[in-house]
Ligand binder design. Structure first.
Ligand code: UN1
Length: 503
């Protein structure tokens, strides 16, 4: 069976209408072979505006449904995802080129956030606060916010949507989703899955609660600029965030930005090198280096450099790269030619700055339009460009350090601030790394790689990563509006701060 045929059959099983898949000009391709798998119709900017209006109408009804009941819809969504995990996981592998366990893992991440959100639907807590006035009560209430706009990237085409959607839905919001143009099919599959859950939920799930906008940049701009969208959660490059952020600020809308990462690890003298090696391999080569959380920079202490480097090189030389649908390769293809070109450009620049490159070559794997590359390990004499920039490809820059403080400084001396890790058995080093003047990232790990976070924690980062937090912990608060309420149940009207105003 060709990939196009398999895709059509998967989409049918997932409930996507056949006529949505042809006759349009948005060409969906599988990076596995580079072949076209669908030609989708795109929504016009005017229709995108109408879809947002419809979502707003749905929000006005949905916000009146009690939180725990809203949770029931997300429970059903999780159930549908469990039932269709194999098909959706496979579709992720086809559309993004992820290996099977990562395609399935992404769907598992969706199921996990649904479970989390169901529990959360009974825990949208506000505080009761001590008031200085007798006979008064002060509290805070969390109310649904409105339409939540979600702009997602190709590399986690379904999980990142679900982090946002599951929280937004239990928080009483409607969702308008603009998926990456590189991954429209998995978005249509999610829409179909959601619709089934909504149908099972019944009439209390208003029509239009989820809108999927298949379209280009102009459609994304409608979402970003629409006055009825009080929050946009956008995942993508820092360049994209630099455009989206100010536009949202201009109309005082909230932004949850999850932008670039230039994640680093530090390997200390006491590190368990076996463990570090495995964590580095997955962090840097896994998902073909196309996670926001991918390990891109490694600082290795001079006392263990010669022990670690040959082993790391060997891992790079022996890692299996290949067709994720037909082989048990650990690394699949890059998403497209542009990703490959960027990778080659960075490697050339690294070489010009004295970098010694292992790997990095492309092979067609029988498909002229597919971009399979051997992950690249680059020994760098110093942290200079391109090390300081994120290149969305499997390149790991390795640098030697002698002093811990110097390593920390270098670690923090880049624009992005998403994820970080340290490999050490020295408590002083690990605590310093996690402490106030340690890693400046939103995620800081000890003896674990930079990627593969669980959904229970808040996900996001500082500086040029954008500052947003999605997923677990109290990230839900961004999806609701907080009201502070003071109630006077006395017969007097005392003013705060001792002010008197007697008329
Ligand atoms: C992303 O790359 O945009 O921590 C998200 C991780 C995954 C999510 C990555 N749980 O690697």
């Amino acid at each position: 069976m060709t990939i196009a045929k398999e895709t059509a059959s998967l989409l049918e099983k997932l409930g996507v209408a056949k006529d949505a898949l042809s006759g349009g000009d948005l060409i969906a391709r599988s990076p596995v072979t580079g072949e076209q798998i669908a030609a989708l119709k795109q929504i016009s900017a005017a229709d995108a505006g109408k879809a947002i209006d419809a979502a707003h109408k749905a929000f006005q009804a949905w916000r009146l449904v009690p939180g725990p009941k809203r949770g029931e819809l997300v429970r059903l969504l999780g159930e549908e995802l469990r039932a269709h995990k194999a098909e959706l996981g496979r579709l992720v592998s086809i559309e993004v080129g992820k290996i099977p366990s990562e395609g399935l893992g992404e769907v598992q991440e969706m199921i996990d956030i649904c479970d989390f959100a169901v529990g959360l639907s009974r825990q949208l807590y506000g505080l009761t606060i001590a008031t200085e006035r007798p006979g008064h009560r002060m509290m805070e209430t969390w109310h649904p916010l409105g339409v939540v706009g979600v702009i997602s990237a190709f590399n986690f085409p379904v999980a990142v949507w679900s982090w946002n959607a599951a929280l937004a839905l239990v928080c009483g919001d409607a969702v308008v989703w603009k998926p990456s143009e590189k991954t429209p099919l998995t978005a249509l599959a999610c829409e179909a899955i959601f619709k089934r859950a909504a149908k099972r939920f019944g009439a209390d799930a208003p029509e239009g609660l989820l809108q999927v906008l298949i379209g280009d940049r102009a459609v994304g701009e409608v979402l970003v600029d629409h006055p009825k969208v009080p929050l946009v959660s956008a995942t993508g490059s820092t360049r994209m965030g630099r455009e989206v952020g100010p536009r949202l600020a201009k109309r005082f809308a909230r932004a949850v930005l999850e932008l670039g990462g230039n994640n680093a690890g530090i390997v200390c003298p006491t590190a368990d090198l076996d463990m570090a090696l495995r964590a580095i391999a997955f962090g840097a080569m896994g998902t073909a280096g196309q996670r926001c959380t991918t390990l891109r920079r490694l600082f290795v202490h001079e006392s263990v450099y010669d022990a670690l480097l040959p082993r790391l090189k060997k891992a790079y030389q022996s890692v299996s790269v290949g067709n994720p649908l037909e082989t048990s390769a650990l690394v699949g293809p890059l998403i497209d030619k542009a990703a490959f070109d960027n990778m080659q450009k960075a490697l050339k620049e690294a070489q010009a700055h004295g970098g010694k490159v292992t790997g990095g070559a492309r092979f067609e794997n029988g498909h002229a339009e597919a971009y399979y590359v051997h992950p690249a390990l680059v020994e760098m004499p110093a942290q200079v460009s391109p090390v300081t920039e994120e290149t969305f490809a499997p390149i790991l820059y390795v640098m030697k350090y002698s002093d811990f403080d110097e390593a920390l400084d270098l670690h923090n001396a880049v624009g992005a601030g998403l994820s970080s890790s340290i490999f050490t058995r020295d408590l002083q080093e690990s605590e310093r790394f996690l402490g106030v003047d340690g890693s400046d990232c939103g995620i800081a790990n000890v003896n674990i790689g930079t990627s593969g976070a669980e959904i229970g924690g808040a996900f996001g980062g500082e500086k040029e990563t954008g500052g947003g937090r999605e997923s677990g912990s109290d990230a839900w608060k961004a999806y609701m509006r907080r009201a502070t309420n003071t109630v006077n149940f006395s017969k007097a009207l005392p003013l705060a701060q001792g002010v008197s105003f007697d008329i």
